[in-house]
Design a protein. Sequence first.
Length: 84
Amino acid sequence: MVKGLFGIASLLLALAIVGLLIKQQLGANRLATPVLTPPAATASAPGADAPPVTVRQQAVQTQQQYKQALEAAMAQPRAEPEQK
């Protein structure tokens, strides 16, 4: 009976350690996701001589924003892991 309790306690301890390591790794790998801004709003009232924005224009703008965010993320230096 003591062997069984010791085995369960060891299993729970190992599970807790693995859980902490996973949590630490997920926290270290998490990067800030870029916030995409909506298309710039014009100063004029809606529908007042402003050409409508097409889906293609929105797609191109979104692609450009993602590309800029990706380039900015790639330009940041990588953090060196601490060596013990």
